[in-house]
Structures are given as structure tokens and as C-alpha cells.
Write a protein of this length. Structure first.
Length: 189
């Protein structure tokens, strides 16, 4: 084999390997995106929009996952679950007479459940980010309810806003309590 043929073969092998590496890299990126989009749902889209960059949003979401992996997130004991559920019932009943107090207490109760499960209690955005890893399907409810609670503290929320906030809190609350059957578990019962 002459030198020209050898150079052509080496260049061809390098090109094929580069194409293969690029193909594998693109496939891995696609799988990463699919996994994160599937796991985080609307939170994935919110992050991409807020970051303005899909790669950065995905990096941030993976950072959340790593952060939560390092924590000791636990399920509630049966007694704690029952106690929290009873407190929730009281807040729902309180809504009729004092919607503002019911929503404020719902916010407090959600935070107590998070703390009991082992989530760190940073500022709201950090709490929402942490909880989104395991409860992505309902995290938007938390954001909406919290926003109404903040507006209520400024005297800007109507009774209807407060009613909706309580409903949003309830969806997150139930998910945190793990009282609703998950689809895979529902079929086993």
C-alpha cells in the first residue's frame, strides 16, 4: 500500500469514527432530553423557557436530581400521614369562615409535610425546585397556590383566588402524603 492510499484509509477511518461519535453523542442528548421531559413534564418546559437554553435547563434539572439524591427523603409514617390529613381537613373546613387563614395555614401545612419528608426548607424557589424532582406533575400547583398566597398577603387576592389556591395546595399536599394510588400501584390492588 502506498502512502497516499494509507493516508486516505486513515482519514476515512477518522471520519467514520467522528461521525459515529457524533451520532452516539446526539443519541445520548436526545435520550437525556426525553428522560428529563418525561420526568419533569411542564416543569421541563418552564425551565427551558426561563433559561432560554435547553442545555442549561437540562443541566439545572439534573443538578436538582443530584441534590435530592444526596438527601434522605422519606415516606411519612402512617401516624404522621393521618395527623397531617386531619389538619388538612380542618383547613378545608376553616375556608368557609376564614379563607385567608385557611390558605395561609395550607401553605404552612405543605411546608411541614415537606420538612417531615426530609426536604430542606430554603426559600420558595429552592423548595419548589427540590420538590419538583419527585413531584413534577403537581409542582405547578404549588407555584400557583404560593403566588396567590403572596398576593393575599398584599391584599390583592379575591375569595375565588383563595379557593383555587386551596385546591392547588391540596393536589401537592395529597402527592406529598402519598395518599393517592399511583397508576402502577393501582393495578396491583
Amino acid at each position: 500500500m502506498d502512502k497516499t492510499t494509507l493516508v486516505i484509509v486513515v482519514v476515512a477511518v477518522i471520519v467514520v469514527l467522528a461521525i459515529a461519535a457524533a451520532t452516539v453523542w446526539m443519541y445520548m442528548q436526545k435520550k437525556r432530553t426525553e428522560r428529563l421531559r418525561s420526568k419533569f413534564g411542564p416543569e421541563y418546559d418552564r425551565m427551558v423557557e426561563s433559561e432560554g437554553d435547553r442545555r442549561q435547563a437540562e443541566k439545572d434539572l439534573e443538578g436538582r436530581e443530584k441534590r435530592i439524591e444526596e438527601l434522605s427523603i422519606v415516606s411519612l409514617s402512617r401516624d404522621d400521614r393521618e395527623r397531617f390529613a386531619g389538619e388538612w381537613q380542618q383547613e378545608q373546613a376553616r375556608f368557609v369562615d376564614d379563607p385567608q387563614a385557611a390558605v395561609a395555614n395550607a401553605d404552612r401545612l405543605v411546608i411541614e409535610v415537606m420538612r417531615a419528608r426530609g426536604y430542606p426548607m430554603g426559600n420558595f424557589e429552592q423548595r419548589a425546585a427540590d420538590v419538583s424532582v419527585d413531584h413534577a406533575k403537581v409542582i405547578e400547583n404549588y407555584r400557583i397556590a404560593h403566588e396567590v398566597a403572596v398576593r393575599d398577603r398584599r391584599g390583592e387576592a379575591s375569595t375565588e383566588d383563595l379557593r383555587k389556591a386551596l385546591l392547588h395546595y391540596r393536589l401537592l399536599f395529597e402527592d406529598l402524603l402519598e395518599t393517592r394510588a399511583k397508576p402502577a400501584e393501582a393495578g396491583r390492588r
